[in-house]
Design a protein around this ligand. Structure first.
Ligand code: 13P
Length: 343
């Protein structure tokens, strides 16, 4: 793969109002989500759950790529077709989560460092052979009055850049995900301050390690109030702060910014994305979504682990993806919630 191929893939992932489904929860995380609805978590039930999303009719209108995790990319459907190949048949680009999770950062109580660099080159080679054309690595930054520490920001930025350049070496587009958590009682101003510092450190590290900015995507948090903050910012305030922060810290050469939902309610995540895209002023990157929970929650509830509910689950997913895709074009209205469910 040449640098041109990386650029083509990165651009395709954010083309025409499309976005990414993050379906890369680790086995313990997806098990927690299934347990909450009393659905037994086995490798078969997890495959059925993922297949519900991957085989939703016409979903490629709104979804450009899917992030899988190790178990899923190795699974095959009942016809013996690898799930990654099944996605590619639909015109959806297969992606893979390659970090090994956030682990306690020695010397910094309450903070984490994402691990998984050892052996990453070999794992990327293998995933690419299985069809993956993009990857994801998530760094997690906790916020309070004193956190994050400078050490936490520096080491996570460094690891993100090490991961990103290894991806590009192997012909895989890196999605660089520095997530400033919304857990906590911090204000939107504090979220903006911390996110600014983190993005500054991340792009410094990416520059130092010679990343092709044109061949990557950024997956940041939106600038929002902490979940327990007594003063919750309005949709317009979130949109303004998010675009301001990104325009100060993300080079225009990056083709796309795909937000995580981070625990926002699905309707709020859609409204925020649309408001961001509706703002006037220069926005040199495509602004789209790479949601996990905000894309999956309604479908999971409709499905309940039952075969007879498969169509209901797929309808819920199609609806949410359609709304998020409209939001990526700044064209979402709350009226869509009733119109497209009925359609
Ligand atoms: P959420 O949208 O549920 O935050 O998940 C996105 C993701 O990929 C987190 O790493």
């Amino acid at each position: 793969m040449t640098t041109n191929d990386l650029v083509t893939t990165a651009q395709a992932l954010v083309a025409g109002g499309k976005g990414i489904l993050a379906a890369d929860e680790t086995v313990p995380t997806v098990t927690r989500r299934l347990d909450a609805l009393k659905i037994e978590s086995t490798s078969d039930s997890r495959r059925a759950y993922r297949e519900m999303f991957f085989t939703t009719p016409a979903i490629a209108e709104f979804i450009s790529g899917v992030i899988m995790q190790d178990e899923t990319i190795r699974q095959r459907n009942s016809k013996g077709i690898a799930l990654a190949d099944r996605l590619a048949q639909e015109g959806i680009i297969p992606g893979i989560k390659v970090d090994n999770g956030a682990k306690p950062l020695a010397g910094s109580p309450g903070e984490n460092i994402t691990e998984g660099l050892d052996g990453l080159r070999e794992r990327l080679k293998e995933y690419r052979e299985m069809g993956a054309r993009f990857a994801k690595w998530r760094a997690v930054i906790a916020v309070n009055d004193t956190l994050p520490s400078a050490a936490c920001v520096t080491v996570n930025a460094h690891a993100l850049a090490r991961y990103a350049i290894l991806c590009q070496e192997q012909g895989v587009v890196p999605i660089v995900e520095p997530e400033v958590l919304m857990d906590g009682s911090h204000t939107i101003e504090r979220c903006e301050e911390v996110t600014a510092n983190v993005l500054h450190a991340v792009f410094n590290a990416l520059f130092d390690q010679k990343i092709s900015l044109e061949g990557m995507l950024l997956k940041p948090n939106m600038i929002i109030s902490g979940m327990k903050c007594t003063k919750q910012a309005s949709v317009k305030e979130v949109a303004l702060a998010t675009v301001r922060c990104l325009s100060r810290h993300v080079p225009a050469a990056v083709p796309g910014i795909v937000f995580l939902s981070g625990g926002q309610n699905h309707l709020v995540a859609t409204a925020h994305l649309s408001a961001i895209n509706q703002l006037d002023g220069p926005k040199p990157w495509r602004l789209s979504f790479s949601y996990g929970r905000a894309l999956q929650d309604e479908a999971l509830k409709a499905w309940q682990g039952k075969n007879e509910n498969l169509t209901a689950g797929q309808r819920a997913f199609y609806h949410r993806a359609k709304c998020d895709s409209a939001a990526a074009l700044g064209k979402y209205t709350s009226a869509m919630e009733t119109e497209s469910v009925a359609a």
